[in-house]
Ligand binder design. Structure first.
Ligand code: GTP
Length: 156
């Protein structure tokens, strides 16, 4: 298990075991690969980030992952792989997120991407994400670094 602080100095616990923090997490985050590119979404407030969000009532986390990718980018997930979980001990509440790796089949332009401005593709992710104001705070801690290491070592 890894422990570190996020961009806002909240404590984060990260593990790539099977559901280490919750069997019923309420948040999901999906590292998306479209061919040999990374697929992110442009969040209206936070900036560039891998898609994700909250699990709805009567929905499984896996279903939420597929739905959030579709809503935020227009992309269909062809293969979804559970990777791990992280827990953010926030000032007001603690949240647990499932991390997934998703292979994307196709990206279909949508008329509305809800709280995002739709998809953005990267051949490679910049090395200055931590200081880059275009990127969301959720991309600025060790969750991204450690998850990408696992993706490149095991899935690509
Ligand atoms: P709503 O108002 O119901 O949408 O919830 P919220 O705005 O409080 O946000 P949410 O429940 O998604 O998250 C609560 C807090 O957890 C946020 O304010 C963030 O500080 C933190 N948080 C959420 N997602 C992440 C994440 O992926 N990484 C990190 N480091 N913190 C996160």
């Amino acid at each position: 298990m890894f422990r570190f602080k996020d961009y806002y100095h909240n404590e984060v616990h990260l593990s790539f075991e099977e559901y280490p923090f919750s069997k019923d997490p309420k948040h999901v985050w999906v590292i998306c690969r479209y061919g040999d590119q990374w697929l992110l979404t442009i969040h209206r407030d936070r900036g560039y980030e891998f898609p994700g969000g909250k699990v709805e009532e009567s929905e499984s986390p896996d279903d939420a992952a597929v739905r959030e990718v579709k809503e935020e980018t227009g992309a269909s997930v062809s293969k979804l792989t559970y990777m791990g979980q992280y827990k953010v001990l926030g000032k007001e509440k603690t949240i647990v997120k499932n991390i997934y790796y998703a292979e994307i089949g196709e990206i279909i332009p949508q008329t509305d991407y809800l709280e995002t401005k739709g998809p953005i593709l990267f051949d490679s992710l910049p090395s200055d994400i931590g200081r880059n104001r275009k990127f969301s705070f959720i991309m600025k801690d060790e969750v991204l670094v450690k998850s990408l290491m696992k993706v490149t070592a095991e899935y690509i």
